[in-house]
Design a protein around this ligand. Structure first.
Ligand SMILES: CSCCC(=O)C(=O)COP(=O)(O)O
Ligand SMILES: [Mg+2]
Length: 226
């Protein structure tokens, strides 16, 4: 009996290409200027300190920028990078440079589930701020009212079992009443090991006959007992 759904974003509700071809290049192009002009602001300074803590040494502003660009190019899910990306994307969304991509099937099902009384949550490596921006600026309008909460890497890495235990504890819902949706097998394995129900969004990829997760191409194929 599923009481709530926790969904990943990139590759699940939204296209990987949107993240790789629109969001990441926008952050890469704007990151140096953003850091140089905001480095002493209270929202930014602690994030730059976190970069230094992560590498274990004091870095100059230019070294911090170089480190962040390297992590970005390697798609490292490092918390201060993800937080800074969210702040940089804000301008892009507000100026209408891009909209948050959402598959039509995801938009439709999320609305249906919410209307049927299910609580919806997001768990993405993108910061909570970035998650809210994406869902607030979709071509289907502001979808943030659909969601009851958001989780990012502050709760733990997405391939770690403990992160899913933390989410279940925070929601005060038994893990076996939570359904996790993702496009990444290792994330689904971690969620399943923590007791979650899981569904793998394979989208355009071939199904994996070995995987211990139900596999679907789209949200339209998802069904479960409530
Ligand atoms: C909040 S959208 C930005 C996506 C992002 O930065 C990312 O790292 C994608 O991670 P996900 O866990 O959604 O696959
Ligand atoms: Mg994903």
């Amino acid at each position: 009996m599923i009481k709530a759904i926790v969904t990943d974003i990139e590759g699940t509700t939204s296209s990987i290409l949107f993240v790789k071809d629109v969001l990441f290049p926008y952050a890469r192009a704007n990151l140096p200027g953003f850091i140089r002009s905001h480095e002493n602001e209270p929202q930014v300074k602690p994030l730059l300190e976190d970069v230094c803590k992560e590498v274990g040494s004091e870095l100059s502003t230019e070294q911090i920028i170089a480190q962040l660009i390297q992590w970005l190019d390697e798609d490292k899910k490092v918390t201060p990078l993800k937080s800074l990306q969210g702040l940089i994307w804000e301008a892009g969304y507000r100026q209408g440079d891009f909209k948050g991509h959402l598959y039509a099937d995801a938009a439709e099902k999320l609305k249906e589930w919410k209307a049927n009384g299910l609580d919806l949550y997001v768990y993405s490596s993108g910061s909570v701020y970035a998650q809210k921006l994406l869902f607030a600026h979709t071509e289907y309008g502001d979808l943030t009212p659909l969601f009851s909460g958001y989780f990012d890497t502050h709760i733990g890495g997405k391939k770690e079992q403990q992160s899913y235990r933390n989410i279940a504890a925070q929601l005060a819902i038994p893990a076996n009443q939570l359904l996790f949706l993702s496009d990444i097998k290792e994330e689904l394995d971690a969620a399943k090991a923590a007791g979650f129900e899981t569904i793998w969004l394979t989208r355009d990829n071939a199904p994996d006959p070995q995987a211990e997760h139900r596999q679907v191409n789209s949200f339209a194929q998802i069904s479960f007992a409530t």
